[in-house]
Design a binder for this molecule. Structure first.
Ligand code: NAI
Length: 477
């Protein structure tokens, strides 16, 4: 069993710098701060042990300290090898009242630039509570995956058999599971049994949860935080509108205006990406597989084309699909000299980097998370964050105000499972609309929004309560 103050971060001396940033972020996160105030006396998370796997940024530090303020014990890892802000991780480990010599914060296992082995070792660390965790807070589903795969192997009474052609990451996960199951062949089963549920942050993680539920393999209730309106219609869209150009600028500082940019996918993230690139003066082309989203893109004024048809025109590529190999090796071989190739979807398989390496292309590091690939064709392309989320790898992710919306949903979802898990069947649920509206309400004052109140007659006329909820569940915003 781990003691309460174990942690692994880059450098605790960064804690002061991190604490300053956290203090400023708190001012920009009115939803989280209102929840701290509202629940200070009640302590709805008292007795909960939360295993968190989510980008270890300054904004996440405010989330973690909110969970602690509501009574929880927390252990944390990042959900991506490049997304940690080392000063935020250090500040969380030291804690608001601790010192570098006597850290008194939260056990956090995260640093920028982990290897995949380190990443999965850190993910395993978040479960090492005395008595096991009671809740998972996940982003992308890696923490949830470890428990499900570990328990399935224990139930079957065997160690993982890694296929000869398995991907590197699969081998690493299997090695982690082999070690834990060899030491204790009920380890993951006990963890699964102790969990009240998981709250999942992102589209890709939610997709994995619905698959598990469909196959009858989901082990505990899950709340789909992503599909709260105040999450996906804000963070995915307005968040990326801010952090995508931030990543491009910090990585390359290439002028976006006048360039041709290509956004693969026109869902929530794609819409924000296209808008920001157009805002910088780029001519934006979009691709889609879904006729509805393709039509939306066309009506929003974008050219809609296929990747392979415009390879020699595009200067900046951004993938936003949550799908695999939407940019193939063949595509990259046909691209313009020094075009920028980047991804903001959750996993690094959107761009076929493994295929690129197999062409014999030479990889030259311009700086960390920026690589020139010298192709056999004589041209080069610039790949950001090795094909992983570039808004977090090359920049610092979404800004505080939008993350306050997402993370207020996370906190409310954690409280739901802590207090009412018996009412949630082992399935995937979204938060009730009144909580969604509440999260939005918590952010209005900070922006000087004056909300109109329905009169009783008006409320009756449109058939909704004066205090909401204002829309039926099928409304799409
Ligand atoms: P979404 O489902 O709204 O959008 C994805 C779109 O891609 C869909 O419209 C789909 O039709 C399209 N698509 C799928 N395959 C395609 C292909 N081969 N070619 C062209 N289009 C294709 O999902 P959302 O919410 O936009 O999320 C996208 C990804 O971004 C997910 O992996 C999600 O987890 C991640 N994400 C990343 C964030 C970040 O900070 N970088 C923030 C939020 C989400």
């Amino acid at each position: 069993a781990a003691s309460r103050l174990d942690f692994q971060v880059r450098d605790l001396a960064l804690a002061e710098a991190g604490r300053h940033q956290i203090r400023l972020a708190e001012h920009e996160m009115p939803g989280l701060m209102a929840l701290r105030e509202r629940y200070a006396a009640e302590q709805p998370l008292a007795g909960q042990r939360i295993a968190g796997s989510l980008h270890m940024t300054v904004q996440t530090a405010v989330l973690i300290e909110t969970l602690v303020a509501l009574g929880a014990e927390v252990r944390w890892a990042s959900c991506n090898i490049f997304s940690t802000q080392d000063e935020a991780a250090a500040a969380v480990a030291v804690g608001p009242t601790g010192t570098v010599d006597a850290p008194a914060g939260v056990p956090v296992f995260a640093w920028k630039g982990e290897t995949l082995e380190e990443y999965w070792a850190c993910t395993q660390q978040i479960f090492a509570f005395e008595g096991g965790p009671t809740l998972i807070l996940d982003d992308g589903g890696d923490a949830t995956l470890l428990v499900h795969r570990g328990r399935a192997l224990e139930q079957a009474g065997r160690l993982p058999e890694t296929a000869d052609d398995a991907a590197e990451e699969e081998r690493i996960v299997d090695a982690v599971l082999t070690a834990s199951i060899t030491a204790d062949d009920r380890y993951w089963s006990r963890i699964a049994d102790g969990l009240l549920g998981v709250t999942e942050e992102t589209t890709t993680g939610v997709h994995r949860l619905y698959e598990l539920a469909k196959e009858g393999q989901l082990l505990f209730p899950a709340i789909n935080v992503n599909d709260a309106v105040t999450k996906s219609k804000f963070d995915n869209r307005y968040g990326i509108r801010h952090s995508l150009p931030d990543g491009l600028n910090r990585a390359t500082d290439v002028l976006i205006g006048g360039k041709i940019a290509f956004v693969v996918g026109y869902g929530d993230v794609g819409k924000g990406a296209a808008e920001s690139l157009r805002g910088q003066g780029a001519r934006v082309i979009v691709s889609e597989i879904d006729p509805i989203c393709a039509l939306q893109a066309a009506m929003d004024g974008y050219q809609v084309a296929r990747v392979e048809d415009v390879l020699d025109e595009v200067d900046i590529w951004v993938t936003t699909t949550g799908n695999e190999h939407v940019i193939t090796t063949e595509h990259m071989l046909g691209m313009k000299h020094l075009s920028i190739v980047s991804n903001v979807g959750h996993f690094d398989n959107e761009i076929d980097i493994a295929g690129l390496a197999a062409t014999g292309a030479e990889r030259v590091e311009i700086k960390p998370q920026v690589h020139e690939w010298r192709l056999p064709t004589g041209r080069s392309i610039l790949v950001l964050s090795e094909g992983r989320l570039m808004n977090l790898g090359n920049a610092t992710g979404h800004p505080s105000f939008v993350m306050s919306n997402s993370f207020s949903n996370q906190v409310l979802a954690q409280i739901e499972l802590a207090q009412r898990s018996a009412e949630y069947a082992t399935d995937v649920h979204v938060l009730p609309k009144v909580l969604d509206e509440e999260v939005a309400r918590l952010h209005l004052d900070a922006l000087g929004v004056q909300l109109t109140t329905l009169t009783d007659r008006q409320a009756k006329y449109i058939g909704v309560p004066v205090e909401g909820p204002f829309k039926p569940d099928h409304y799409r915003y």
